[in-house]
Structures are given as C-alpha cells and as structure tokens.
Design a protein around this ligand. Structure first.
Ligand code: BTN
Length: 305
C-alpha cells in the first residue's frame, strides 16, 4: 500500500476522493495518515532536522513534510490542508513531476531546486490574496539578501529576478468552501543548486540560479530555514493589516516600476504602458500611451525596455 501511495503522489494532478478510491480498501483518513508518514521518512538532501535546527519561527515550518518526488507540492498541500494540516505546515519535495506555474503553465522542478508550499489558514477575503503573494515575494527577496545576493528584485506580481533573469516563482492558490477561503497555499520555487543548462533550452535565456549567481553550491536546508523565518515575519505584518509596510518593502525592490511593459490581462487585448507604481490592493498602476491610467489586477507584464 505504501508504494502504491508513493506512486500516486508522483503521478496525480489532483488528489481527489476518486483517485484515492482507485486504491480500494482505504479510507481518506488512513490515506492521509500514510501520506503524512511518508513525508516524515528520510530524503536525500532536504533534511527536516537541518531546517528545524535553530529555526526562529513560532508556527511556520513547525510541521514539515518532505518527499523525494511528488507531482506538485501545491497539490499535496491542498490535500493536506483539507485533511487537518495545521496553519504553517510546510510541504517540500526534492523533485516535482507535474509542478504548476502561474497562468496554467507548467514549472520545471529538477533535483537541486527548492520546491515548497506553505499552508496558511488566514481569515481573509479574496481581495487580500494579491497582497499575500506580494508579501511572499518580499520574503524571498529578503532571503536572497541574507544569503549574499544583494541585487534581487521583484517583477510584478511575484517573479524574483537577479540581473534581469528569473530565479524564483510564486503560485498562490486558495482552498475554498462555500465560497469562503479556508486556507491559502503559497507555492515557492527557487532555482537554487542548479545550472541554467538543467532547464529546457527555451527557458535558459530568461532563467538564472543561485548557484550561478553566487558562483558556488549553497545549502538548500539553510535557504529553506531562512525563507521560513522571513515568511513568518512578513505574514505577521499581513495579519496585523500592516499592508503599507509590506508594499513599502515591495516597492524598494521593484523591478517593474519605471519600465515600459506589454500588459497581458486575461480576456483583454494586449497593450503597452508605463509602470507608475503599485496600488494599496497590490495592483500594478500603469499609464497607457493615450495617457489614461489603468490598474492591472492579474495577468502578465512583459518588460519592453
Ligand atoms: C510561476 O509561474 O512563476 C510560479 C511557479 C511556482 C512554482 C512552485 S514550486 C513549488 C510549488 N508547487 C507547484 O506545483 N508550484 C509551486
């Protein structure tokens, strides 16, 4: 049974009751207990004891589940959050087979990166979700600063860039019940101990890795520990509704403000605009060629200069 579950975790895009039913003779509670047990087994290089040693957090990462290989840590985090995982639980995988990126794209996750998802159980409405994502971007940028990358920047809404190349992406997903948010899954992918050549050719030009920027291998466990600490600090600001403080940190590190971009919103024609700033809801404020101002809430902004 354990091996069947390990295979299912690698394979499935969704962990629905149906996929679990296929395993026969197992109820959802037993299934989730085995999934949790597997997440406490020894893995190759991501080590719970190294992350937990001196971890300066109250609740983020106090419960850690680490896997050799899963389809997507976000998928697993959603499942675990619906099956009793606590606020602050972190799911990590050394490798992902069907990782999700923003806008329905896939995400390359070979061995050597940091691929994790955090479950938070906030009492928030949908309008505050973009701010959680921006806050996570700030936590990643501060993590980079603590490991010696001085010049990381945040491209709206949440790509972390070094010297104009992407080193980290963030995917926030909500777990809802009766149209209210039960929990938020924050998925973070950092290209840590990787070479750009580990990625498919079409991604190589726009991608960088910590190993290449710092010109040495780093310690993934230390990187995760630092990130969890920075995330909890910024999450506390979020809980205290200190939104302006979060935005101030974001603006200081903005890669987007002052640039000309092509705005690609869902269900809208693309247009060029100049990025003026960020609104208190976390939307990008842009000026179109005809001088009108727009707020971009979701989508992509491709930098043109
Ligand atoms: C992006 O497109 O920039 C977002 C990428 C988010 C990737 C991370 S890796 C950990 C977590 N699990 C996933 O399936 N996706 C996120």
């Amino acid at each position: 049974m354990r091996n069947e579950i390990v295979n299912l975790l690698k394979k499935e895009n969704k962990l629905s009751d149906n996929t679990i039913d296929e395993l026969k003779n197992i109820n959802i509670d037993d299934f989730s207990n085995i999934v949790k047990e597997i997440g406490k087994e020894e893995t190759t290089y991501i080590k719970a004891d190294e992350i937990s040693k001196d971890l300066q957090t109250e609740y983020i990462g106090k419960d850690l589940y680490i896997y050799n290989e899963v389809s997507s840590t976000n998928t697993l985090a959603k499942f675990l959050s619906m099956n009793g995982a606590e606020n602050g639980t972190v799911i990590i995988s050394e490798k992902q087979t069907k990782a999700k990126g923003r806008s329905g794209k896939s995400w390359e996750s070979p061995l050597g990166g940091v691929w994790l998802s955090i479950i938070i159980n906030p009492i928030v409405d949908y309008s505050k979700l973009p701010l959680i994502t921006l806050a996570t971007g700030v936590a990643v940028a501060k993590t980079m600063e603590r490991i010696g990358v001085e010049n990381s920047e945040i491209k709206w809404p949440n790509d972390i860039m070094i010297n104009g190349k992407k080193v980290c992406g963030i995917l926030t997903e909500a777990v809802t019940k009766f149209n209210t948010i039960e929990s938020v899954i924050i998925g973070v992918g950092i290209d840590a101990n990787l070479n750009v050549t580990d990625f498919p050719e079409e991604l190589q030009e726009g991608t960088t890795t910590l190993k290449e920027e710092l010109k040495k291998e780093g310690n993934e466990n230390l990187l995760i520990k630092i990130f969890l600490e920075e995330f909890e600090k910024i999450n506390e600001l979020f809980i205290a509704k200190e939104y302006e403080a979060i935005l101030k940190e974001w603006r200081k590190r903005s890669y987007s403000i002052g640039k000309i971009v092509e705005v690609r919103e869902p269900f809208n024609t693309y247009y060029d605009a100049y990025v003026l700033g960020i609104s208190k809801e976390g939307a990008l404020i842009v000026e179109k060629i005809d001088g009108t101002l727009e707020k971009v809430i979701s989508g992509e902004c491709i930098i043109k200069n």
